[in-house]
Design a protein around this ligand. Structure first.
Ligand SMILES: Cc1cc2nc3c(=O)[nH]c(=O)nc-3n(C[C@H](O)[C@H](O)[C@H](O)COP(=O)(O)O)c2cc1C
Length: 179
């Protein structure tokens, strides 16, 4: 008998709804991922972001290719990542809206321009100013590998913001998970 392979096509696919339910239980960060440049300014709420490497400092961001903003990110080649905190629930909702224009989204919050030209949220817990180094397509999404060119750290963030069970949750800066 052949050993199991990662892509065993004889196995029935997992239902999309089941996969989405499973992923809703994976606690995740909440960020605003933004861009600006020759192709224009865009931004959206993103949880699919993770650290990849510290030399060079690299993160990855997964973006749905059907997002209105998608081509703009690829054409500008720069990405601002603003990691959100407890005060930013409403902002996360605004940037996740498929009905608001980019101008409507950026009308909320105080924004500055990073050295790459990407917009960064002034009072974010952390900002990462990035250039795209590589793009891998996988299924419905593109995985953007982003080199971090500059970092901004908030002096005294109140609390973090997490996405879990299709809801926002506040994460205290100090505390213990032990019971
Ligand atoms: C908490 C949360 C996390 C999200 N994470 C992602 C993500 O990782 N990647 C993605 O492409 N869309 C993600 N979305 C959905 C986009 O924010 C949403 O589809 C948005 O309307 C896309 O904007 P656009 O169509 O203007 O580009 C997330 C939404 C929420 C509420």
């Amino acid at each position: 008998m052949q050993p199991e392979t990662l892509a065993d096509l004889t196995r029935p696919p997992v239902a999309t709804d089941l996969f989405r339910e499973a992923m809703s239980r994976l606690g995740a960060p909440v960020t605003l991922v933004t861009t600006d440049g020759p192709a224009g300014r865009q931004g959206l709420t993103v949880s699919a972001i993770t650290s990849v490497s510290d030399a060079p400092p690299t993160v990855l961001v997964c973006l749905n290719r059907s997002n209105r903003s998608h081509e703009t990110f690829l054409q500008n080649g720069v990405v601002g990542i603003s990691i959100l905190g407890a005060p930013h629930n409403a902002l996360a909702g605004i940037f996740a809206s498929s009905r608001r224009s980019a101008d409507e989204k950026f009308a909320t919050g105080r924004w500055r321009t990073g050295q790459t030209g990407a917009p960064l949220l002034d009072d974010a817990v952390v900002t990462l100013d990035c250039t795209i180094s590589d793009i891998h397509s996988s299924g419905s999404h593109d995985v953007l590998f982003c080199i971090v060119e500059a970092i901004g750290l908030h002096d005294a963030p109140e609390a973090g913001l997490a996405w879990f069970g299709r809801n926002f949750h506040h994460l205290p800066l100090s505390g213990s998970a032990t019971q």
